[in-house]
Design a protein around this ligand. Structure first.
Ligand code: MSP
Length: 640
């Protein structure tokens, strides 16, 4: 693949899921990254799609009295419609029921079989029917599926296995040698931790048709279909022409990014690389696992009735503010919180007050006081220095933020330029210049703030394409300049002298803030916080050694409802901590988190288990949240 080509993928979504904010997030993130890379002048391919085989689809179709394919055809539209609504610019949409995909899966299977990479054997163990996954006795949690916590069935049946286990050492070595292969770092450590501590088994890749017929038939045994994950992962190469269109495949493979959620890390960081290695293909450059959207502090789930439907938010506030919020409010790699209140607060502050206000001030003054035309250019002077600097910094930093997967940071720096625009406007008082009839000075202020808006609207275009296109048109940019490019954003003088400014409707009208129970209580806390008690000195603070640590594993402590046993990595050192957080966190939700621990606490024995350190958490009422870092940082870093 040409180094300048950019190929990005989302997971393919289970077709019978109702699209929620988690699906919308990954797809918007992929879209924003694809649009930034286009803006940076790279040739880009953006793939999304749906995962359409498996038990759940088969069962739903049976209940609906239709064929599984009819069911998929009906439900895939929900995703396709949502992507249209959200302005997603994917280059392809793959469905695993398409012939172009199925034939490639079968070719790979036949090739593996012919090369003795697949063998048949008797599988004995536990099976989770809804998840279509096999487990060993020790995987089970309280006798149930460790993922969905539903009962499992005992099975003994002939199955086919892919010889995945033989690649364990190779995979460890590959991950060690390629620090960007699995990102962020805590997910890389999580994968390495698992690979180093457990023996990697072979992967069962078949399901007997007697139990599940809705899948891709094994080419070498028609009594079986392919395990859904083996089928689904292949989408990333079947869509770009593997074994079908060599030129296309050469153009795009290896992928630049597979974006995934943290819950599907292992399938992507273990199954997929070993499959690719067996095919003799190069690895994707980066598998990037983002965190979860929580609703407030709670996991989103159907049973809690708190699932956020993106359509509701778009209907109420518009597509672009929704896209903006999702990109600005999540630090990539960490969990983030979604509530309508947080959404409205950010919307009013950053979109209505900052950007919306600057746009309407500049454009309405050009309309009223400059004949509706972009004033003639004059070189920036001392007064303009900060405005030019902060805007050009935003150009540089946004490009860096895209490369480093720190979109929230990039957006904060763009906002900084917008705020500088408002400060410059206030400082120069163009309304007073207009009143005094100083046309030259007035023209200068309006022209430079308009240039700031041109650049900022270009930088925000990948995040808010329709609102920013509107703003760019209003600024009198020509049709061919509406979609921005980095070369034009990197120069300060980009508008045309005398270009007509169009009529303007406010981009982001202010919305009514949302009040929630607890606001009053928060104020009381603030009042109390102003009067500290138990004052300590800086030396006393210095005695406590706080360090970042990554949770490598977590499990419940037997016969202790409140306790979890965590294995943590602090730099090169592994330790264990017993912590009373079992009521607030499920063990599997902790793995991979970067937490803060008191590293020099005297070890203690709790319920017969040594606890070496203490983790930090914030608690109020019935809510407890772990203290984590605001962005990625290696374990073992000092906190203070
Ligand atoms: N079909 C598989 C993926 C196969 S890829 C070869 C699948 N599908 S899914 O529809 O269940 O999930 C798709 C993605 O949505 C996952 O990356 C998952 O992490 C993400 N999300 C589900 N809930 C989420 C949040 N609450 N927040 C953010 N993303 C989450 O898994």
């Amino acid at each position: 693949m040409n180094e300048n080509n950019f190929y990005i993928t989302t997971p393919i979504y289970y077709v019978n899921d109702i699209p929620h904010i988690g699906h919308a997030y990954t797809t918007i993130l992929a879209d924003v990254l694809a649009q930034y890379h286009r803006l940076l002048g790279e040739k880009t391919f953006f793939l999304t799609g749906t995962d359409e085989h498996g038990q759940k689809v088969q069962r739903a179709a049976q209940q609906a009295g239709c064929t599984p394919l009819e069911h998929c055809d009906k439900f895939v539209v929900r995703f396709q419609d949502l992507w249209k609504r959200l302005g997603i610019t994917n280059d392809d949409f793959i469905r695993t029921t398409q012939e172009r995909h199925k034939t490639i899966v079968q070719k790979i299977l036949q090739d593996f079989y012919d090369r003795d990479l697949i063998y048949s054997s008797t599988y004995k163990g536990w099976y989770c029917v809804p998840d279509e996954r096999y487990f060993t006795e020790k995987d089970l949690v309280d006798g149930c599926c460790p993922d969905c916590h539903r009962p499992v069935e005992q099975l003994e049946e002939k199955s086919y296995f892919f010889k995945m286990g033989q690649y364990q050492d190779w995979l460890i070595d590959y991950i060690e040698q390629h620090p960007n292969f699995i990102m962020p770092e805590n997910r890389r450590q999580e994968t390495l931790g698992f690979l180093r501590s457990e023996k990697l088994g072979d992967l069962c890749i078949s399901r007997p048709k007697a139990r599940l017929s809705w899948g891709i038939e094994l080419p070498f045994d028609t009594d079986y279909v392919t395990y859904v994950w083996f089928d689904a992962l292949v989408n990333y190469i079947s869509a770009v022409g593997y074994l079908a269109d060599d030129a296309k495949f050469e153009t795009w493979w290896p992928a630049s990014y597979h974006l995934i959620g943290k819950d599907i890390l292992r399938t992507h960081s273990v199954f997929w690389p070993t499959m690719l290695h067996a095919m003799g293909l190069p690895m994707p450059k980066t598998i990037f696992a983002h965190g979860w959207w929580l609703v407030g502090n709670t996991k989103m789930s159907k049973s809690l009735h708190n699932v956020v439907n993106p359509m509701d938010m778009i209907d109420k506030y518009g597509v672009d503010p929704f896209r903006y919020f999702l990109m600005a409010a999540m630090t990539l790699g960490q969990d983030a919180s979604f509530t309508e209140k947080l959404f409205v607060e950010r919307y009013n502050a950053e979109l209505a007050n900052d950007l919306g206000n600057l746009s309407s001030r500049v454009i309405s003054m050009i309309k009223r006081n400059a004949d509706g035309k972009i004033p003639a250019y004059s070189e920036p002077g001392d007064d303009e220095k900060e405005l030019v600097d902060s805007t050009m910094t935003a150009v540089k930093e946004m490009a860096a933020a895209v490369q480093n997967m720190q979109l929230d940071r990039g957006l904060a720096i763009i906002n900084n330029a917008v705020r500088e625009g408002n400060r410059y406007f206030d400082k120069m008082k163009p309304w007073a210049l207009a009143k005094a009839g100083d046309t030259a000075a007035l023209g200068k202020v309006l022209r430079h703030t308009a240039e700031c808006l041109r650049i900022v609207s270009g930088l925000l275009y990948p995040v808010m394409p329709s609102k920013m296109a509107e703003l760019r048109k209003t600024l009198g940019l020509k049709e061919e300049d509406i979609v921005p490019s980095i070369d034009k954003l990197s120069i300060w003088k980009g508008l045309e002298d005398g270009a007509a400014v169009l009529d303007f409707t406010p981009l982001f009208p202010r919305v009514e803030p949302i009040k929630e129970e607890g606001d009053a209580a928060d104020k009381d806390v603030k009042k109390d916080a102003a009067k500290p008690v138990n004052v300590i000195t800086i030396d006393e603070v210095g005695k406590v050694q706080l360090k970042t640590a990554v949770v490598v594993s977590a499990e419940k402590v037997k016969d202790a409802d409140k306790l979890l046993l965590l294995k943590i990595q602090i730099g090169d050192e592994q330790r264990q901590i017993v912590s009373g957080i079992a009521e607030y966190y499920k063990p599997e939700d902790l793995v991979g988190k970067t937490i803060i621990v008191i590293a020099n606490l005297k070890p203690a024995i709790l319920r017969g288990i040594e606890s070496n350190g203490m983790l930090l958490a914030a608690k109020k009422g019935k809510t407890l949240r772990l203290v984590t870092t605001d962005g990625e940082i290696a374990s073992g870093a000092s906190v203070g």
